[in-house]
Design a protein around this ligand. Structure first.
Ligand SMILES: [Zn+2]
Ligand SMILES: [Zn+2]
Length: 200
C-alpha cells in the first residue's frame, strides 16, 4: 500500500484508489491498461459503449471498472478466469478493439528478494514490514512511470465483440418463492426452481 499523496499521485490514481481502497501494484497495472484502452477507443463508458474482457480478478480489475466505466453491474465487464494479466477492450460503436497484455519485469536486489522471502514466511518484524512497503511503493512508481511499450503489448482483440447485456423475464421459484431470472431457473418435477433450491 502506498500513500496517494506520494509523488505518484494523480487524478486517475485517486479515482481508482477511492474505489479500490488502497494503492497497490495490481491497481496501477489496471490503471495503465485502462488509460491505454481509453486512448485507443474513446471516452469512459456511461452505458455499454465500451466492453472489457478481463482474464483475472485481481486488484487491476477495480482500476479498470473505476476508470473505463466497464463494470460488473452494467454487464460490460466480462470475467474469464484464466489467471492472465490480459485485458481486451471493444468500442461497440466503431467495432475497434485493443488487447493489452501486461509484461513487466523489474529487477530486484538480492536484499529486497530476501525481505520478500522473510515476509512470505510470516516474518512481520518492523524491518520486514518497512522493506515490503518500500518495495511496493517503488514498484507502483515504476509502473506509473514506464512508457507503454515497456509494460504492455498491444494488439487487436483475438476474439469477436461479445453480445450486449440482456434483460430477461423473471420466473418464480416453486421451492422458495423468490423471483429468478428465467435463463437461470432449473426445472424440477416440471416446475421452475432457483439454482440454490435445485441443489438442496
Ligand atoms: Zn490492491
Ligand atoms: Zn428457490
Amino acid at each position: 500500500m502506498t500513500d496517494v499523496s506520494s509523488p505518484t499521485h494523480n487524478d486517475d490514481l485517486q479515482k481508482a484508489a477511492a474505489f479500490h481502497g488502497h494503492v497497490c501494484p495490481g491497481l496501477v497495472f489496471g490503471l495503465r491498461a485502462a488509460r491505454a484502452a481509453l486512448e485507443e477507443l474513446g471516452p469512459r463508458a456511461l452505458d455499454e459503449e465500451l466492453v472489457a474482457i478481463v482474464e483475472n480478478d485481481s486488484c487491476a480489475v477495480d482500476a479498470i471498472q473505476a476508470l473505463t466505466g466497464c463494470t460488473f453491474g452494467k454487464g460490460n465487464l466480462i470475467f474469464r478466469d484464466y489467471g492472465k494479466q490480459v485485458y481486451t477492450f471493444f468500442n461497440r460503436t466503431t467495432g475497434n478493439s485493443v488487447r493489452i497484455a501486461i509484461e513487466f519485469k523489474k529487477s530486484e536486489s538480492p536484499e529486497d528478494s530476501g525481505m520478500w522471502e522473510r515476509y512470505k514466511k510470516g516474518d512481520r518484524s518492523p524491518e520486514v514490514i518497512e522493506a515490503v512497503a518500500r518495495i511496493k511503493a517503488e514498484k507502483v512508481r515504476a509502473i506509473l512511470e514506464s512508457p507503454d511499450d515497456l509494460i504492455m503489448r498491444k494488439s487487436e482483440a483475438l476474439e469477436t465483440l461479445p453480445n450486449a447485456a440482456r434483460i430477461y423475464p423473471s420466473a418464480r421459484c416453486s421451492a422458495c418463492g423468490e423471483a429468478v431470472m428465467e435463463p437461470r431457473a432449473r426445472i424440477r418435477d416440471g416446475l421452475p426452481v432457483c439454482i440454490p433450491c435445485s441443489t438442496r
